[in-house]
Design a protein around this ligand. Structure first.
Ligand code: MET
Ligand code: ZN
Length: 792
């Protein structure tokens, strides 16, 4: 291929502080060895999309302005991949909310309550965020990542009806974006990225007799139309992302996949079936042979696709997508990726065409390591973010070209991982995992509200622009430490007064105003972990997090880490107890980038030792209630259910190691949110934590958590959330009261029940936060008097 043809300049407009400055990016010729990308971070180098989304929601940026920013970010992404020399560049994954939101709009499968709103972004964001009187869709984590996706409601009373409406918008927006990319880098290099129909259907909440099979059947014609339109636009192939294949449900979905792909094959556009986050397991033999599929992408960095390839071989004529560059890790690991690629090529055999690719979309890692100027040099030298991974991908692919001499390596890169778990467990006294007294004995010694139905928040209070400004000024060295501390303490005291005097909560919190993020805050005070300046990864909507990078053994650098702020709050609270607030070990681990030379279990135990020290210090300072949040306990679990037991076991042990240091009279609270907690293994784990109070998000997911816990006979104190903290609407007192009554109706003792929001309120506006908590406190008070009357 003539390199010259690709050396045209590609103007990408970027907004500098002084306005728009066109930047010219020169493209490299595509790599000689075939390479492809599966997706890329889409917030932009300065998080332009975040700013634009929030401006749009405030009413300061019209829809066209917002989509223009998305287009600009995607143009820059396409340019970056082309500049690195990637041969087939994935396009169309950039999104205003997420793949389930986009696909639902294209298919016209909005729930009727959202469809009643004007088409376009109003409707799109109503489904995602709710509007007064119209509830949003439920959210769930995208497989085992920290990215949240919507859960479309199909069938039943409130769900979309099938078949999809004939006037659905369809895929014109995607085709337009593909055309834009084609004109920038040439039609032969642009590959559209689509969420596959089966994974889409498997991610929906189905009712009223709709099944995954019937939904897939109903939406396949739209997908066929999409493929035809993309074919007409001249794309060489299309990516259908189907990670549902690697989940425990994958094997059972075989007939659904076979029927869907038989229909898709009719469009005669080559399909790259993309899977990730685990191996294909039992689905391997048939999944790689689905009709219409010309390439199958496998994740070789997780699970054992290499073993499956060795056992089952590879079908003739199908390209093998070798996901050897880990898209979930920030480590460069170039040698490991190269060795893995050698092993894949040798195992597949000389006749198989191999395409080198990231293991998954690069959207799960931060954009650009160049932005990090403060990382320890020895750590930085070993890292690669998305942009660096593009170069690495092309280098790894290039090194492998023509290298047919390498023997079939059976070594799995990463095998050097030290599994210290057994040693750790046996070395630690078993007593470290037990509270001194069982729940029934210790509970009467702990705080309780007369009549039960005690009220509290989950921890964080609104992080107002003023608070953020204070933190930013301090971080930038523009505010002396004593002034910063004084200002933050004043804000904390004000937050306590608000809770005690204005709202009237039974248990108070300090408000977490000093915490940018519940994981980063702790990471910043530990040895062995680095925080980044701009290592943003999208979590939900416009919200991005900077996962810390664990690179060494973990311990507290600042001892204690949280006691001072707690003490300031407790002093202002007088007799009312203030909860100490900590993040649990498994959540810190799952929301960080872990080391790859030490087992996750061993890293969790190191974190547990850190949290344990802090629990002891809070208690010594006088805290009677300590909350250890574990919202991510569920999400790190393997995608195959059969592999859960071991991970659940160590996550529970890590929580217990963190908390068993507490005296019987100290109340240990924990918190879970936004995951599917209905699985028996997860319910058993929640019970095994032996926490005194379990708070769990419940309203946004339609009461699912409470139903499951009640059905499982959960017997310790329970605090199911009574309002959705993401809603822009103040909950009505009557609504909250109704929820509390529903809990009591299950036969739960009022003294075992607490009344709390779904989650923390850091993203709410101060007014919304205060009014919502007030409605909650009033409803709880009314329910308390009513149940007293009943009891008399
Ligand atoms: C995602 S769970 C958040 C819990 C934390 N304590 C907060 O209130 O923000
Ligand atoms: Zn939460």
């Amino acid at each position: 291929m003539a390199g010259e043809a690709y050396k045209r300049s590609f103007p990408v407009e970027q907004r500098g502080p002084a306005g728009r400055q066109p930047v010219t990016i020169t493209m490299a010729p595509p790599s000689a060895a075939l390479t492809t990308t599966l997706g890329y971070p889409c917030m932009g180098g300065r998080r332009e999309l975040k700013t634009a989304l929030e401006a749009h929601w405030r009413g300061d940026l019209p829809a066209e302005g917002l989509t223009a920013v998305l287009d600009e970010v995607e143009a820059a992404n396409v340019a970056a991949a082309a500049a690195a020399g990637v041969s087939l560049v994935g396009v169309g994954d950039a999104t205003l909310w997420g793949p389930f939101a986009d696909t639902t709009t294209r298919l016209g499968l909005e729930a009727p309550r959202h469809r009643a709103l004007p088409a376009g972004l109003d409707r799109y964001f109503a489904a995602a965020r709710g509007v007064p009187g119209v509830a949003a869709l439920d959210m769930s984590k995208w497989l085992n990542t920290n990215f949240h996706v919507l859960v479309p409601e199909i069938g039943g009373e409130g769900g979309a009806t099938l078949p999809p409406p004939a006037d659905a918008p369809g895929w014109a927006d995607l085709v337009a974006r593909v055309r834009t990319a084609q004109s920038a880098i040439g039609a032969s290099r642009v590959v559209p990225v689509l969420l596959g129909p089966v994974t889409y259907a498997a991610g929906c909440a189905l009712s009223g007799g709709v099944t995954v099979a019937s939904l897939v059947e109903a939406i396949t014609p739209s997908y066929v139309a999409a493929l035809r339109a993309l074919d007409a636009a001249g794309v060489p192939e299309v990516q259908l992302h189907e990670p549902a294949l690697v989940t425990s449900d994958g094997p059972a979905l075989r007939p659904v996949y076979e029927a869907a792909f038989a229909a898709l094959a009719k469009a005669e556009l080559p399909i790259h079936l993309v899977t990730y986050f685990d191996d294909l397991g039992d689905a391997f033999p048939w999944a790689v042979r689905l009709p219409g599929v010309s390439a199958v992408g496998l994740d070789f960095t997780r699970g054992d696709n290499l073993g499956l390839l060795r056992t089952h071989g590879w079908p003739a004529g199908v390209r093998l997508g070798a996901g050897v560059v880990d898209g979930r890790s920030v480590w460069a690991e170039e040698t490991e990726s190269a060795a893995l690629l050698d092993a894949v090529r040798a195992t597949a055999g000389a006749g198989v065409v191999v395409c080198v690719q990231p293991s998954c979309s690069l959207a799960h890692v931060p954009l650009n390591l160049e932005a990090e100027t403060a990382l320890p040099p020895a750590v930085k030298a070993r890292l690669a973010f998305a942009k660096q991974k593009l170069d690495l991908l092309v280098r790894v692919a290039g090194d492998a070209v023509g290298d047919t001499t390498s023997a079939a390596s059976t070594a799995t890169p990463g095998a050097a991982v030290v599994d210290a778990s057994a040693a750790i467990t046996s070395a630690i006294d078993k007593a470290l995992f037990e509270r001194a007294e069982p729940f029934e004995e210790r509970r009467p010694k702990q705080f309780s509200v007369p009549g039960g139905l005690g009220t509290m928040s989950i921890g964080s209070f609104p992080q107002t622009p003023a608070i953020r400004r204070l933190r930013a000024l301090f971080k930038a060295g523009k505010l002396p430490a004593d002034e910063y501390t004084a200002a933050m303490d004043a804000a904390t005291v004000e937050c306590v007064r608000l809770q005690k005097e204005t709202i009237g909560l039974d248990v108070l919190v300090h408000g977490e105003l000093e915490r940018t993020d519940m994981v980063e805050f702790f990471a910043d005070k530990m040895n062995g972990v680095a925080v980044t300046k701009a290592g943003w990864v999208r979590s939900v909507g416009s919200l991005c997090v900077r996962p810390p990078i664990i690179h060494d053994d973990l311990s507290r650098r600042q001892v204690p880490m949280t006691v001072r702020e707690w003490a300031v709050a407790q002093a202002a609270a007088g007799d009312t107890p203030v909860k100490g607030m900590l993040t649990g070990p498994t959540t810190i681990l799952n929301w960080s980038f872990p080391r790859k030379d030490l087992s996750r279990e061993a890293q969790a135990m190191q974190l547990a030792a850190v949290v344990r020290g802090e629990v002891a210090d809070l208690e010594a300072a006088g805290a009677r209630i300590i909350q250890v949040d574990e919202p991510a306990l569920r999400e790190g679990l393997p995608l195959k259910r059969s592999a859960w037991a071991a991970d659940v076991e160590w996550a529970v042990r890590a929580f217990r190691l963190s908390t068993t240091v507490a005296a019987p009279s100290t109340q240990i609270v924990t918190h879970f949110c936004y995951s599917d907690f209905s699985d028996p293994d997860v319910l058993a784990a929640m019970n095994a934590l032996d926490a005194d109070v379990l708070t769990v998000e419940n309203t946004r997911s339609g009461g699912e958590a409470f139903r499951a816990l009640a059905a499982a006979g959960y017997s310790r104190d329970l605090a199911p959330g009574v309002f959705d903290i993401h809603s822009e609407v103040v909950p009505k007192e009557a609504e909250v009261a109704e929820r509390v009554q529903a809990f009591l109706a299950k036969g739960l003792e009022p003294t075992r029940l607490w009344v709390v929001p779904d989650c923390g309120q850091k993203t709410a506006s101060p007014d919304l936060c205060t009014s919502s908590l007030k409605a909650m406190v009033e409803a709880a008070g009314a329910a308390r008097s009513a149940s007293k009357v009943k009891a008399v």
